[in-house]
Design a protein around this ligand. Structure first.
Ligand code: ZN
Length: 199
């Protein structure tokens, strides 16, 4: 539709989640009209994010070092692990201030339709973390939707022989949605009211 660089930018923006063709066009023309310094800052933030941010080698959360801020924090409870799908879920749970343990970020959920199985997620890494028996409770905080439930059930069965307490967040979360859509109070309540998951 447009020529060269503008169209390239519209195409790239259009690949981002939640940005349709119209929004991509609006953003592109906004940037075209913007102060060069502002655009430079945006470009620098993108480049810096890709070169400096990596994933924590312990939990899979975003980190600026080998290990993330939470894994490095000696005050966090090492006997409880909260399993979530994405790094954004860590942020959502942290906001509730209900949890003082550590996390394990799976990198998604089991979804046969999308061809995502346990081997595509950080399940093996989770099992390695549980191997020494130091963790006594595993909280399955995957999303309250079909894939999230399937993933929670799969993990609960997988860790059953280890004999640790496996819990799932209490009901009250909006069913079918993402963990991050729940407000802090609701998520906090679901956390403190978590129940033992028996499979
Ligand atoms: Zn970590």
């Amino acid at each position: 539709m447009y020529e060269g660089a503008v169209q390239d930018l519209i195409d790239e923006l259009g690949r981002l989640p939640g940005i349709g063709p119209k929004s991509a066009q609006r953003i592109a023309f906004h940037l075209l009209a913007a102060d060069p310094a502002d655009v430079q800052r945006l470009a620098a933030a993108l480049t810096r994010m890709k070169s400096e941010v990596r994933f924590c080698r312990v939990c899979g959360n975003v980190a600026e070092a080998e290990e993330c801020r939470i894994c490095r924090d000696a005050r966090r409870d090492t006997t409880v692990i909260c399993v979530v799908e994405e790094p954004k879920d860590v942020v959502a749970v942290e906001k509730t201030r209900e949890f003082r343990g550590r996390y394990h970020v799976l990198g998604g959920a089991i979804s046969p339709i999308d061809g995502i199985g346990p081997d595509d997620l950080r399940v093996r890494e989770l099992m390695q973390r549980l191997a020494d028996g130091a963790v006594t409770e595993l909280i399955l905080a995957t999303d309250p939707n079909l894939e999230g439930e399937a993933t929670a059930t799969y993990l609960a069965r997988l860790v059953k022989p280890l004999g640790l307490t496996v819990t799932r967040l209490a009901s009250g979360l909006p069913v079918g949605g993402d963990l991050e859509y729940a407000d802090e109070v609701t998520l906090g309540r679901a956390f403190s009211g978590r129940r033992r998951l028996d499979v």
